[in-house]
Write a protein that binds this ligand. Sequence first.
Ligand code: FES
Length: 120
Amino acid sequence: MPSWQKVTDLASLKRRKKCVATLGDDEILVLYAEGRVYALNNTCIHKGKKLARGLVFKGHIICPGHQWAFDLRTGWVDEWAQCQPTYAVRVEDGEVYVDPEPKVYRTKPCLAQEPERKEV
Ligand code: FES
């Protein structure tokens, strides 16, 4: 059962495109990209650079450290077959909520099994 935590309001996320929220011990990067909201752990699994300083490009966040390209939907990086933790997101009444329970794939995820992300 998700324990949704409010992280920001949608209007300011749309303006700023990203925000970082601390939930428990985790820094979570919340992104607005291509009309949808995504959440990934802000600390890169490779060498710990902050993804908030990266660029969003074609459905991926590019880490500023060594340019690993993490899929925004799953956190998966094809080239290295590794996964940045992601978080479920819910948008309701203009507020953005994140479930702080991380999701990490051990093998390449099947996108058809991913929950559909609505445009907001
Ligand atoms: S620290 Fe992110 S790719 Fe190396």
